[in-house]
Design a protein around this ligand. Sequence first.
Ligand code: TTP
Ligand code: CA
Length: 363
Amino acid sequence: MESGIAQGTSQRIIMHLDMDSFYASVEMQERPELRGKPVVNGADPNQGKGRGVVATCSYEARGFGIRSAMPISQAFVLCPHAVFLSPDFPRYLKASADIMAILKAHGFPLQQVSIDEAFLDVSRLGTFPAATDLAVRIKETILAHLGLTCSVGLAPTKVVAKIASDVHKPDGLTVVEPENLFSFLAPMPVRKIPGIGKKAEADLFEMDIRTIRDLAAFDIQVLIARFGRSAIALQDLAGGIDKNEVKERDGVKSVSREMTFTDDTGDEYLIAATIDALAEEVCRNLSDESLHYRTITVKVRYQGFVTMTKARTLPHYTGDSETVRTCAHALLRDIFDGRKIRLLGIRLSSFDTCDARQMTLGV
Ligand code: TTP
Ligand code: CA
């Protein structure tokens, strides 16, 4: 029995909250003169000769056709008079932590899924109107405290809540009650289903499957022959079936922060700055019990998804970010082999949960 389910009903109510143009909005909040302007956050455009990509951009910049992950040189061509800013990760990590604290304060199971995105299982509220009221209050609180807007989806499943939060961006609130679930999903392009990327979309197009309705109605045996057994889960999602629960983090035994780079990077300055920011962030709001955290683990995921971690246990851990920072840099030096890095993470944990000499390789 799931803890979040309202008594006497099996109806789940999942909230997905996603901040609007997150990095750009944090910048615009702190520099009001940028509001209303096209703001592009990412690599240096260098008058159109810059390498690297756009991390994100304001909605005004999107009006010029600029998008995340687009080459910065292309963004410059589309809107040369945009304000181009390089990312300031520590600020975004701080805003992220503040947002998650606001969400957590409501006491519902919370799963943070990225720097600016989280699920809440609010089934306990019992009805969608009550959940909608909460969503409005959360949006107001985030706006009042941080000056940032977000978009929220409410639905009976995680996947649909996530799709819903994206429908009326920015500053949206989209509610999909169970009786509207299939009519909401059916006309959407298959690409809206998380996990369906460009490649899978192209494969589905070849089979003349374009909408979620097409996918839901397609012969499952043919889908399995093409995509393997994962086709079953895929077709379930298309039919609105998704039993995934909101998984709370294990906040007692460890605390961790990770950052995925926009572009896999070998830039040692950026890597070092990210370690600094992660160390700072992972030490924020540590409670007394976290003083048991003596093991520091650094995780590096290289291009190609090979992941390495290395941990060190300190004799007397005090929880200060300087200690974590220094130790994390040393650990990184041990495992960094010059390949481009996709993701960096730092984890603090108790002695019991981690072998001090641990070194793992995984994919
Ligand atoms: P997203 O939530 O995907 O995008 P966003 O918040 O900027 O805009 P939206 O209103 O559409 O939600 O990503 C969150 C942050 O993650 C984003 O502000 C910057 C960063 N990011 C990158 O660095 N590179 C990327 O390719 C993407 C998609 C995001
Ligand atoms: Ca976002």
